[in-house]
Write a protein that binds this ligand. Structure first.
Ligand code: C2E
Ligand code: MG
Ligand code: MG
Ligand code: MG
Length: 282
């Protein structure tokens, strides 16, 4: 094999294979220490009510900045963390950090909208997941009705009793459940009806196609009217332009999130968006 390709080529292929494997190994090794090295942080992206223009929610988005690797996208490290189980510890860190931050804002006399946290299937599948969430709320003093957990459609598609029970238990105490990236997974409509959920987040892919694809416009229209029929709140993700916003408004889409309305922001930037309540101390 090496003779046929010639020594130079062989070592080239070997090196490039090593590079991919090594990068992954480096990522995993570094990620394993991210919490203790204080490399994780959270950004918050605003969501708005399309009709009133008011802030309706914040989505917490994890950020990782590593000394060797620089900023690594969650699209890159979350799937890895899910595979090797690190997501459980990282997810707990996110939960504590975000609930703590939210409770702090309320303590400061700021009004807080619903705050969304992404959770992975691996986390929800842990037998102690519900207890952990309740414990974090108790520890931080955040009211459960401020919290929304975003799960993916694939979690519903699994159709596992334990997951249904966990979601029911969370909703029973007032926590909301959102289906993230809706429309890209395989959840059947009949299953959706039986799921303990409060809202749908229309995947960015369809919003992106509003201007150029009649199919995407039909899909967005169908999801919004279905959500309405099922009394689910609906949030359009990844809104980047005024024309997308106009289309969504005409359809009666309730809420929007995207670069057109606001980028993911550091906590101190978020504060300027939060109105002060009467009870607040300054
Ligand atoms: P997601 O939950 O669907 O989050 C929305 C993603 O879209 C975010 O990417 C956000 O920055 C990006 N986004 C928002 N508005 C726009 C827009 O107008 N245009 C474009 N092009 N993008 C927009 P981000 O922060 O890179 O996160 C990617 C994914 O990583 C998230 O997708 C979520 O699945 C996952 N993720 C992020 N934080 C966490 C976390 O704490 N836990 C878990 N399990 N997953 C997380
Ligand atoms: Mg999300
Ligand atoms: Mg999403
Ligand atoms: Mg997504």
């Amino acid at each position: 094999f090496s003779k046929r390709l010639g020594p130079g080529l062989f070592s080239y292929y070997q090196d490039s294979m090593n590079t991919a494997a090594q990068k992954r190994l480096t990522l995993e090794n570094q990620l394993a220490h991210a919490i203790e090295r204080d490399e994780l942080s959270v950004r918050y992206q605003p969501q708005f009510n399309l009709e009133t223009g008011q802030l309706s929610g914040l989505e917490a988005l994890l950020r990782w900045h590593n000394l060797l690797l620089g900023a690594v996208s969650p699209l890159e490290f979350i799937p890895l963390a899910e595979e090797d189980g690190l997501i459980v510890g990282i997810g707990e860190w996110v939960l504590r950090t975000v609930c703590g931050q939210a409770a702090f804002w309320i303590q400061q006399g700021l009004w807080l909208p619903r705050i969304g946290i992404n959770v992975s299937v691996k986390q929800v599948m842990k037998p102690n997941f519900v207890a952990l969430v309740l414990q974090v709320l108790a520890d931080t003093g955040l009211a459960p009705d401020r919290l929304e957990l975003e799960v993916t459609e694939s979690l519903l598609a699994l159709d596992i009793l334990q997951i249904h029970e966990a979601l029911h238990a969370l909703r029973k105490v007032g926590i909301s459940i959102a289906i993230d990236d809706f429309g890209t997974g395989y959840s059947s409509l009949s299953r959706l009806k039986s799921m303990p959920i409060d809202s749908l987040k229309v995947d960015r892919e369809f919003i992106c196609g509003i201007a150029g694809s009649a199919d995407d416009r039909s899909i967005v229209t169908a999801i919004i009217s279905m959500a309405e029929a099922m009394s689910l709140r609906v949030v359009a993700e990844g809104v980047e332009s005024a024309s997308q916003a106009d289309f969504l408004k005409e359809l009666g889409c309730q809420e929007v999130q995207g670069f057109f309305y606001g980028l993911p922001m550091a906590p101190d930037e978020v504060e300027s968006l939060l109105p002060r309540t009467v009870a607040g101390r300054s």
